[in-house]
Design a protein around this ligand. Structure first.
Ligand code: UTP
Length: 224
């Protein structure tokens, strides 16, 4: 299978910890034995801290995004360091470069690409562009809920839903200030237009990703 794994910065690099990167590297190497693997890393707390300071200094939002992208690429570099020879040596800066790099038959690890989006969208477009069979979004929540579980006690976790239902949930969530959508809207739109099979799961333990690849997913499956 061709697989894209999006690892939220909030799980991979909440605090900078070599063990977390080692644990991820070991699970990803296992997956890459039988699959073509692309990984997109998020920015996490460091990205939010840098963006916060840039904003305080009067930087415009696009400049803040560009700073965020640099941080996602730094996390990509740390994961590449943890993967050693199993990874392509540099984070590709765009989709075409990622596709070319995959000819190396190594794990491709990249961060953000362009302002105005998050790495959720990058992983969805990458999945579309390289014809992935599966997109896994490893995040800080354990799946997609009917509404934001941090704001609503009645929120229920869904095992399965269609891309259309995902978009409806995101639109509802985004109307509440400060709420966190499980996947960003642009990513959900791309998942819908190309009908990319997507699994949203908790990335706390990277073994969850390995299990999902082997058909034992614990999160939410999005498919038509
Ligand atoms: P993340 O994808 O990590 O954003 O990118 P996030 O969803 O806020 O983070 P986590 O992983 O859930 O903690 C970090 C920031 O980098 C910029 C955005 O500003 C984003 O908030 N970014 C990232 C872009 O502008 N474009 C990209 O393609 C990727």
């Amino acid at each position: 299978m061709i697989i894209v794994v999006s690892v939220g910065g909030s799980v991979l690099a909440r605090t900078l910890d070599a063990e977390k990167f080692r644990g991820y590297a070991s699970a990803l190497k296992e997956i890459a034995k039988n699959n073509t693997l692309f990984v997109v890393t998020g920015g996490g707390k460091a990205a939010r801290d840098y963006i916060g300071v840039a904003r305080e200094l009067g930087a415009d939002e696009a400049t803040c995004d560009l700073i965020g992208i640099e941080l996602t690429r730094l996390n990509a570099r740390l994961l590449i360091a943890a993967l050693g020879d199993a990874a392509y040596c540099e984070p590709p800066l765009d989709y075409k470069e990622a596709k070319r790099a995959s000819l190396s038959i190594r794990i491709i690890v990249m961060g953000g690409v362009a302002p105005g989006q998050t790495t959720d969208a990058v992983s969805a477009v990458l999945a579309e562009y390289i014809g992935a069979d599966l997109l896994i979004n490893a995040t800080s929540i354990d799946g997609v809920y009917t509404s934001d579980p941090k704001k609503n006690r009645d929120a229920k976790k869904l095992d399965k839903l269609t891309p259309k239902q995902l978009i409806e949930i995101i639109l509802k969530t985004e109307m509440v200030a400060g709420a966190n959508a499980p996947v960003d809207l642009l990513a959900a739109k791309v998942i819908e237009r190309s009908n990319i099979k997507t699994i949203v799961l908790s990335g706390e333990n990277p073994r969850n990703i390995l299990d999902a690849v082997n058909g034992r997913y614990t999160g939410t499956v999005i498919e038509k």
